[in-house]
Design a protein around this ligand. Structure first.
Ligand code: IFM
Length: 818
């Protein structure tokens, strides 16, 4: 069953049935003002932080698909019938009420048709602003004049801090008030607090300081208001039947010692064919800010909505589309195109921007950037915006501790050179994290090499960057330290220790237990470091890296290899995790894929481990993290036993590693299998089975339930997941084969053999590459020759010198001469 479709031309996903299996969401805004909105206008907004800057309420995990949100009600005053611009919360019967939701790049437009009245509401946050716009238009498509009341509403939080608002009611209900100010409702929290410490936006996250929000309207006159929630909704009622809308009259009640609210009633008449517009504006700031903001959107003479919001919206769309247009592809698979061109790319940016802060599952309490997550997230946007990637990389390098490890949590107000580390109690107190992870800083290697090769910015390697705690070093030496961190912390076989966790949050291998995932990551890091050392002509460094590469290779063979698979690790008490003879978890996905990605397993070995994965771990919705799930073995080392079998880290189809699997398959040249895996997990491929997957068919989720559950194929935890970047990398670098090099680019696709041709338009170092790939011989991998602006050459490499501003490139795949 489907609930919508991809409009690739407009870069939008269109939902034409509002009763989706879960709220299907979109993100609006920037890191200064963020908002999440569903196809039914539910969701919330916050300034800077979902946890400490929350401005409107949202009830996580509630029934009715999580409410409330940004609702606009319409009442026909001729008979009192009322409905909403989004299907929820009034939920008129779907045979009479038609709706459409268009989720676009940082905007959402909801349309409704009911009783010869059409509404359109465009929700967005203008660039560089701390407020959101709901541009509402209503048109009379019937033959009779209509007398209507329109009500815009928001439920404010009583406190900036989400937790205080939710649980500390004996405090938070008594610090908030609302005032009606003609064109807006002003909410003031801690009115008698210290004005001096309030910041310019009137927003504060320090308890006791004043904080203000406003909800106003431009373009129409307010007839009545409600500043208190229960005055608007009424007792024993809900958002579906507010008393104010039912009776047609807000009661002009401000809030004092209760739940602050913003409801504005606008009474209008519409002649046949007439359309009226009004702009609801929700934001953070005091009365002066509110007046200024609202002023900006109305024409001084007519008092109607002026062109400002329209221009802001165009600028927003232009910015996002320009970003995405840096790579556009046209393959035989529209579902793949939709992901590469719009949705996977957009999800990468959203995950990059919001980390794991705010969604319908993350309520914002994680107030900082997880080291490994963030360094991986960067990889997903490098091919589209290397400058943004560079900025974030600098931040993450400055959050590396001088001992080489990464800070588990990088606070949003990180101050390099001044922070405490997991070795100190202050850090644990401030972040709740008191241990190093084994893998954090190792993620820097693939991200940095990808950044340098995409941008051509080789000088980055010599940039001097402070450490989080003390001292500074070049990027090159930061990387050396990262390697040392793992060399200094080894277990009994000479592999890196698993410490508090590796990529798998649930695996506590400890200071003497060993992680093969980290061992392969270390191998990869050493290979990249050696490549940098050779490029810098630092022979001793190259030899040092080489000696460790050789040592690790021998150890893999001696201790970790079992016929056609690698084990997952060793516990401190000598148990081999992921050994064939184990009753539970006897084959794991990540060590197999990472043995290939790292280059440690090549040729037959690489093929063998991937065959083992295919035969033992694959399902129709992706590969399991391991098999069989833990039921008996578990605590304290394998904490995933706490999850139900087949779920998340306990042998679920964890989504992020699927990207590594696809990439590994492309490395060995299995284009058919890489594509098969991609199709299994591509959200767009599930568009017509949306009732099984449940999650938005345009974004990856954190995990999908495996065959061992009652709901094989159901996915969970939308939007903010490392899957966005791993799958993106596997598509761009692996399947499409776009592989930038220091002085040029290789185009070496690995595709399903049935693809006869495809094309790509990529901006590379400011130049346009118009690439056509032909595959008449039906191979999976291998380029016979390439033609650049009419000049033919063997292989798949193009040097920068060959490139003009705009380039016609033909890549001819086929069997290579022996
Ligand atoms: O790697 C982690 C990530 O950092 C947070 N989510 C779960 C992943 C696997 O445990």
């Amino acid at each position: 069953m489907n609930y919508g479709y991809f409009d690739e031309f407009s870069k939008e996903y269109v939902i034409n049935r509002p009763d989706t299996p879960a709220p299907w969401c979109n993100y609006l805004g920037s890191v200064d003002y963020g908002a999440i909105i569903s196809n039914n206008a539910t969701g919330y907004s916050f300034v800077k932080s979902g946890a400490s800057g929350r401005i409107i309420r949202f009830r996580f995990n509630s029934s009715s698909n999580d409410q409330p949100g940004r609702y606009i009600y319409i009442r026909d005053n001729s008979d009192g019938d009322f409905w909403s611009g989004s299907w929820q919360p009034v939920c008129k019967p779907l045979d009479k009420y038609k709706s459409e939701c268009r989720h676009g790049t940082a905007y959402t437009q909801l349309s409704s048709k009911y009783r010869n009245l059409e509404t359109k509401t465009l929700y967005f946050v203008p660039l560089n602003e701390s407020h959101e716009i709901w541009q509402f238009k209503i048109k009379n498509t019937g033959n009779a004049q209509k007398s209507l009341s329109v009500y815009g509403m928001v439920e404010f939080t009583n406190h900036d801090h989400y937790e205080n608002d939710t649980v500390n009611l004996q405090y938070s209900q008594f610090i908030s008030k609302t005032y009606f100010k003609g064109d807006h409702i002003l909410q003031v929290i801690n009115e008698n607090g210290s004005e001096a410490s309030s910041d310019v936006d009137g927003h504060c996250d320090v308890m006791g300081d004043p904080s203000c929000r406003f909800f106003g309207v431009a373009g129409q006159t307010v007839s009545a208001f409600d500043g208190e929630r229960d005055a608007f909704i009424g007792n024993y009622r809900n958002y579906g039947n507010p008393i104010a809308v039912e009776t047609g009259k807000c009661s002009n009640t401000p809030a004092y010692n209760c739940n602050s609210f913003g409801a504005l009633q606008i009474d209008i008449t519409l002649k046949p064919g007439e359309e009226k517009e009004m702009l609801f504006v929700l934001g953070s700031g005091n009365e002066a800010v509110a007046k200024n903001v609202l002023e900006k959107y109305r024409d001084k003479v007519s008092n109607k909505v002026n062109a400002t919001a329209g221009k802001q919206f165009e600028a927003l769309k232009k910015l996002w589309h320009a970003r995405l247009n840096n790579l556009q592809v046209n393959t035989p698979d529209d579902n793949l195109d939709n992901m590469v061109n719009v949705w996977n790319a957009y999800q990468c940016f959203i995950t990059f921007l919001w980390s794991r802060a705010a969604s319908f599952q993350y309520c914002g309490l994680r107030n900082g950037l997880g080291y490994r997550d963030t360094v991986q997230d960067i990889q997903g946007i490098i091919h589209l915006d290397d400058r943004l990637a560079r900025e974030r990389l600098l931040l993450m390098l400055s959050a590396q501790v001088s001992n080489g490890g990464g800070l588990p949590l990088v606070k949003f107000d990180h101050k390099a050179g001044e922070v405490s580390t997991p070795d100190e109690s202050e850090y644990a107190k401030a972040t709740g994290q008191s241990y190093y992870r084994a893998d954090d800083a190792l993620w820097l290697f693939p991200t940095i090499i990808t950044y340098i090769k995409e941008s051509g910015d080789w000088s980055f390697i010599d940039e001097v960057i402070p450490y989080a705690d003390k001292g500074e070093a070049t990027v090159y030496n930061h990387l050396r330290q990262a390697i040392r961190f793992n060399l200094d912390r080894q277990g009994n076989h000479g592999f890196p220790a698993g410490l508090f966790a590796d990529w798998n949050d649930c695996l506590r291998l400890g200071p003497k237990g060993e992680s093969m995932f980290v061992a392969f990551q270390l191998y990869y890091a050493l290979a990249i470091f050696k490549e940098f050392a050779v490029k810098k002509s630092l022979n001793e460094d190259a030899a040092w890296a080489d000696s460790h590469l050789n040592r690790l290779s021998a150890q893999f063979e001696q201790f970790a290899w079992q016929q056609d698979q690698y084990v997952r690790g060793f516990t401190e008490d000598g148990y081999t995790m992921g050994a064939k003879e184990n009753a539970e978890a006897n084959i794991w996905l990540n060590p197999q894929t990472w043995s290939v990605i790292s280059g440690a397993a090549e040729g037959d070995k690489a093929k063998a481990v991937l065959n083992s994965v295919y035969s033992k771990l694959n399902t129709k919705y992706g590969a399991r993290l391991f098999y069989p799930p833990f039921k008996k073995y578990g605590m304290p080392v394998a904490r995933m036993v706490l999850f139900n079998e087949g779920t998340k880290e306990n042998a679920g189809i964890f989504s992020q590693p699927q990207g590594w699997l696809i990439l590994a398959e492309t490395i060995v040249g299995n284009g058919n299998r890489a594509y098969e895996y991609f199709t299994e997990i591509n959200p767009a491929s599930m568009n017509d089975n949306a009732e099984i997957r449940k999650l938005e068919p345009y974004v990856h989720g954190q995990a999908t339930e495996s065959i061992d559950t009652l709901n094989h194929g159901r996915s969970h935890v939308h939007w903010l997941t490392g899957t966005a970047s791993t799958v993106m990398v596997s598509l761009v670098n692996g399947i499409l084969g776009l592989q930038p090099q220091y002085e040029g680019i290789s185009i070496n696709p690995c595709i399903p053999s049935k693809w006869e041709a495809f094309s790509m338009n990529k901006i590379f170092r400011g130049k346009m590459l118009n690439i056509k790939v032909e595959n008449v011989e039906g191979v999976e991998k291998g380029v016979k020759y390439i033609v650049v602006n009419g000049k033919k050459s063997d292989g798949c490499y193009i040097s920068c010198e060959e490139l003009s501003e705009v380039n016609d490139i033909l890549v001819v795949m086929g069997k290579q001469k022996p």
